[in-house]
Design a binder for this molecule. Structure first.
Ligand code: RIB
Ligand code: CA
Length: 312
């Protein structure tokens, strides 16, 4: 029985790869809806990119709900220096006639989670946590209807990628991340400590190119853009596929290293805003509130994602 999920995202190049992997796994994943949130780029661009990706992959029956255009309290922060102004590097998705649903993502999340006719749902959060946090504040009762939250964000050993001490998704809306981490539901947090182990090296990019479909060539074109940026900014051999790690974790958790942790977010200090204090030794004496995913079997995870994209 495929697992019902909702992906809350800010596409964004790696978001698009995660969406492709989810759409290519219908036996394991039933993608009920995509919610968009301001993050990598403005929310209306994220929405257009989500709709365009569904048109590209031929899945235009999946509904898209546009969400928050700014964090709970902070001023918006974008990552167009990585993803480009369009959020897709130099890629353009095919034209299509679709629009997002008229209901905003926060109201949709509340209504879906309150619908007792439907099963509990897994929320995959791969952008700032603003939509889910807003829904939890407006309707605390929905927490019990969340099966699990799988969140890409945070860092422990790796420090940060938007500042020296914070990862982008958490930095962009630290209070939202704190709210989600305190909601009492099972949360698997996949941070930079894991995702930076999944790099798009030249050899892996060639394997992606060799698949040769319109969709996989589009994926390669998007990743080429981020690879070039990483080359300049980070000197790394290949971009990290951050968001697709959440889908690979859903499909094959055995490929990931996880441990219980108490994760808290810095929401006051300007210097360390969005820092995730990941306490894996219970030093603070507080109960664990999350599963901290801090490692993965890189070759097997990449092979799994490639095998799924090859279906598109
Ligand atoms: O730090 C990586 C995260 O920030 C990813 O979700 C990427 O899409 C950006 O949103
Ligand atoms: Ca993202």
């Amino acid at each position: 029985m495929p697992r019902p999920i909702i992906i809350d995202c800010d596409p964004g190049i790696d978001d698009c790869i995660a969406l492709m992997a989810a759409l290519a796994s219908p036996d394991e994943i039933r993608l009920e809806a995509i919610c968009t949130v301001a993050g990598n780029v403005r929310v209306e661009i994220c929405t257009a990119n989500a709709l365009g990706l569904l048109a590209l992959t031929g899945h235009d029956t999946v509904p898209v709900y546009e969400g928050c255009d700014r964090p709970l309290t902070e001023a918006p922060v974008f990552a167009d220096h990585i993803h480009g102004e369009s959020g897709l590097g130099r890629v353009r998705f095919p034209d299509h006639g679709r629009s997002a649903r008229s209901e905003n993502a926060v109201d949709y999340l509340i209504h879906r989670l309150r619908d007792t006719e439907k099963p509990p749902v897994t929320l995959v959060v791969i952008g700032p946590s603003t939509n889910l946090a807003t829904a939890l504040v407006q309707a605390p009762d929905i927490a019990g209807r969340i099966d699990e939250i799988i969140l890409m964000g945070g860092a422990r050993r790796e420090g940060g990628n938007i500042t020296a001490s914070a990862e982008f998704n958490i930095y962009a809306d630290p209070r939202a991340a704190q709210t989600v981490l305190q909601c009492g539901r099972p949360v698997a947090v996949i941070g930079l400590d894991a995702t930076l182990q999944l790099r798009c090296t030249p050899a892996r990019m060639q394997r992606l190119r060799n698949l040769g479909s319109v969709v996989t060539n589009t994926a390669a074109d998007m990743v080429d853009h981020v690879n070039a940026i990483y080359g300049e900014v980070y000197g790394a051999e290949g971009a990290a596929l951050h968001d697709p790690c959440t889908i690979a974790y859903l499909l094959a958790p055995r490929l990931f290293q996880a441990q219980d942790a108490t994760i808290e977010v810095e929401t006051v200090s300007a210097l360390t805003r969005g820092h995730t204090a990941v306490d894996i030794h219970r030093l603070g004496g507080k109960p664990a509130n999350a599963k901290w995913i801090d490692g993965l079997q890189s070759d097997q995870v990449f092979d799994l994602l490639l095998q799924r994209l090859a279906r598109l």
